[in-house]
Design a protein around this ligand. Sequence first.
Ligand code: GDP
Ligand code: MG
Length: 787
Amino acid sequence: MESMTLKNVKVGSSATVEAVGGTGALRQHLLDMGVIPGAELTVMKLAPMGDPMQIRIHGYELTLRLADAENITVTLAEGAKPEAEQERNAPRRKPDHPGLGETGKFHPKGSGDPLPEGTLLSFALVGNQNSGKTTLFNQLTGSKQHVGNFPGVTVDRKDGAVRGYKNTRITDLPGIYSMSPYSGEELVSRNFVLDDKPTGIINIVDVTNIERNLYLTMQLLEMDVPTVVALNMMDELTGNGGSVDVNAMEELLGVPVVPISAAKDQGVDELAAHAVHIARFREKPLKQDFCSREDNGGAVHQCLHAVMHLIEDHAEKAGIPLRFAASKVVEGDKLIIEKLELDSNEKEALEHIIVQMEHERGLDRSAAIADMRFSYIKKVCESCVIKPRESREHKRSRRIDKVLTGKYTALPIFILIMGLVFFLTFNVIGYGLQQLLELGIGKLSELVDGLLTAGNVNPVLHGLIIDGIFEGVGSVLSFLPIIVTLFFFLSLLEDSGYIARVAFFMDKLLRRIGLSGRSIVPMLIGFGCTVPAVMATRTLPSDRDRRMTILLTPFMSCTAKLPIYSFFVSAFFKGRGGLIMTGLYLLGILMGILFALVAKMTAFRGEAVPFVMELPNYRLPSPKNVLQLLWEKSKDFLQRAFTVILIATVAVWFLKSFDFHFNLVEDSHDSMLAAIASLLVPVFRPLGLGDWRICTSLISGFIAKESVVSVMEVLFTGEGVYAVMTTLTAVCMLVFSLLYTPCVASIAAIRRELGGKWAIGVVLWQCGIAWTVTLIIRLVCMLCGMR
Ligand code: GDP
Ligand code: MG
């Protein structure tokens, strides 16, 4: 028996956790994920770059950075085979109960004291990530959903009525693993249950991963709210020879348990019936007391009950369920302790009780509570769950992972997949749809144009409608097909479980710039289009990471800048196009990295979220979920297109069409825009771009980057752009276009995610950076003798 840190355990070896070091939220999170003293684990593999590692614990896969693994002490399980854990789980007895749907045997219906007829029954849908929450939500609500935000935070909130029941509302909460406030999302979920006081909780549990999923259930039951447990993925479990004794589990948990398969729409109606029933009849969980007098001398049991006794009136006053408050106080949850408003005497007494427990139990407070929960879960699983041998899905996942996260294959395949996604989006599907849409808008605009002319409409209004609204919103609308197609592929990759793998093997790289592996995907999408990239950051777990990722996406040169590049390359750098393009892309990335490093040392000090993440089995995404997502993203974008973007385009049209006496201008040279652009001329002169026409085209690039070239062509008619420009000015133009402010659609997306101040900030510093870098490059080029 040899003691060592988890970091030093060889791939393929099994070990038992002895102690979990570290402090604070990360440690609590590790405990919550089941890394507790006594747990058995197997090291599955290291990421291709050597960090993080992938372990298997409680029958699921978890990723962990080596730096965090170093804090975990383990003893090697000698001679144990890696798969031993699964083989021990061979069927112990035959299931003596029907698999799916035992209608309310445990709970006699129609008892209790019902809420008055017509009261709104509100449900919180709570569960781990990847437990099938979205799938279940879509099944329960149908397509009638309302998408919004939780107040004060940018965490998606979805509401919908339960199909077939009037006066019901179900809210999809972010996927969480515990009720400890580890990430912003967990806090949102916890506060929702505490403050919004839903009449019922639907707790979805991934039955193929039942130990870890029930850990959340244990804490939800402490909330003292009517709860029904939905055992999801039953199809996978039974398909592999496993089973659950549902009635026995109901007995042990004290709440109705309904086996379902959300993807196959099995058991969902029963679940709804149960949920509505318990909420209406206010049937609270029969059990909350998961500590037992017999466990380890009853230290935890005595401690919890003593704490409950002490804080009873405080908890009541603060409106926090007593049992929940007590276990959080023992865990040392600052937010809850603050809310309880304990005086110093009481705090001292509590501390005394807890220290006594730690001493008797031989574990620190957090570990003792986690252990208490997992012990109960073990009891539940041993008596009610027949686990399959290694499931087909897991075998398949392991085989797929050999390639997709293999040491030499992971990166090339990732590049290939992203390449394919971009090719299909920007050259085939998205492009085709875009052409179609543009054709439609063009035809419509022509039609309206004709009608306006025929109707002798005031030329100003005519101009506003055709050149302002149609042109502007039309050009932005043409983003829509790209966004839809990108999100289509993205949701396939996300729902199938691949994105989690990408985060796993890219983590080491991104960590250097203060981010975690999860940020790679939004940033890559940024090479396509900044708008969906910003929208895709929604999936990032921490606010800090999300913000930083959003600020980095503008550095990834988007496809709308390609026309600018090719315009100048074909004129000035014939034959060296590839070189120049690559150089530009690399310059963007380089500036992004520099920006990230500076940000990391200033505004974004602190660590990226620790990378403790579950790697779910690969699963087939459900078409319903994909369609729902596309619909949501399109709606979100369209709403923006018709507010912020419309206002901005009309403003530019206005500046372009009038002079300062509000007369319609004949020659664009006399317009307000030209005047403003002339003001900017001195600013651009050091860059060699001091021509009002160039300035005007750059301003118009704020609406859409594609228009930089077209505006220049219009303004330079006769003379020709090439006559005015030299190779040096072309270089400056390229660099400036690469780095300056993202277009208005992107700014609108950033504003939505981060707020107006940040959006303005992005515009300002992107322009500042672009200006500085262009100047430096110009000087260097001049020194090298370029003209
Ligand atoms: P969420 O992260 O909790 O919202 O989980 P999702 O609803 O996105 O589901 C994750 C994956 O599991 C998707 O690929 C679903 O298609 C799949 N899935 C969901 N429910 C079931 C089920 O009951 N059985 C099976 N086999 N797969 C499911
Ligand atoms: Mg989901």
